[in-house]
Design a protein around this ligand. Structure first.
Ligand code: AP5
Ligand code: MG
Length: 216
């Protein structure tokens, strides 16, 4: 199965994608994670993306589409893909159709996480992750069980994203409303869009997504 998780910054795309990976052995394809890895490695793509990401604007369609194409080319045909943060513009949505066809795949579901944007500012500015395994945490909503120790891998190193400041989050939301939300009408007529309440608890959001998967 190939699914798109759609929603503004902090909607819970990464959190839910991780759970789908754990529960179904699918692969998470997060263009945000790929770009951050490229920035860290100092590649040509990373050098081009760094400042754009720090401003909260969108990286070029060509760069992110190439990243997705490469990942799908390397994937086992039986492994389902979870698109997290891609597509983000109508042009990316059109390119995704071509890329999927090229790799003998089709889009099965689009899950939109419906959220209250003001609450998302709190979510995003409080977020941190394990520097070793990437497990996600939050200052107020999801602290590690033992303070300073990752629940999943035991590491004591954590990190925060550079673009998780209030000002940048607001720019990212504006970008979402202007450029990403308009891709939903492309998928609506195909009957594959499912809306899930992203303001519910993490477990309840997972349960709702599982129901959508079971019905598909
Ligand atoms: P990207 O990395 O995709 O960031 P984003 O879309 O802004 O989304 P986030 O990762 O911030 O949020 P999320 O929905 O994954 O939420 P999470 O699960 O972490 O993109 C970053 C940048 O890269 C972009 O700005 C752009 O520059 C560039 N880029 C990436 N893709 C691109 C593309 N296709 N085209 C062009 N440019 C691109 O949850 C957030 C927090 O909330 C966590 O702390 C979590 O624990 C907590 N939380 C999650 N769910 C709940 C819940 N139900 N209740 C309470 N807390 C919750
Ligand atoms: Mg994310």
């Amino acid at each position: 199965m190939n699914i798109i998780l759609l929603g503004p910054p902090g909607a819970g795309k990464g959190t839910q994608a991780n759970l789908l990976v754990d529960n179904h052995g699918m692969k998470q394809l997060s263009t945000g994670d790929m770009l951050r890895a490229a920035v860290k490695a100092g590649t040509e793509v990373g050098l081009e993306a760094k400042a754009v990401m720090e401003r909260g604007e969108l990286v070029s369609d060509a760069i992110v589409s190439a990243l997705i194409d490469d990942e799908l080319a390397a994937m086992d045909a039986d492994t389902g893909a979870i698109f997290d943060g891609f597509p983000r513009t109508p042009a990316q949505a059109a390119t995704l159709e071509e890329i999927l066809a090229k790799h003998d795949r089709k889009l099965d579901l689009v899950v939109e996480l419906v959220v209250d944007e003001e609450a998302l500012v709190d979510r995003v500015t409080g977020r941190f992750t394990c520097a070793n395994c990437g497990e996600g945490y939050h200052d107020r909503h999801k602290q590690p069980e033992v303070e300073g120790v990752c629940d999943r891998c035991g590491s004591t190193e954590f990190k925060r994203r550079k673009d998780d400041t209030e000002e940048t989050v607001r720019t990212r939301m504006k970008e979402y409303r202007a450029k990403t939300a308009p891709i939903l009408p492309v998928y609506e007529p195909r009957g594959i869009v499912h809306r899930v309440d992203g303001m519910a608890s993490i477990d309840d959001v997972t349960t709702a997504i599982e129901k959508v998967l079971a019905s598909a």
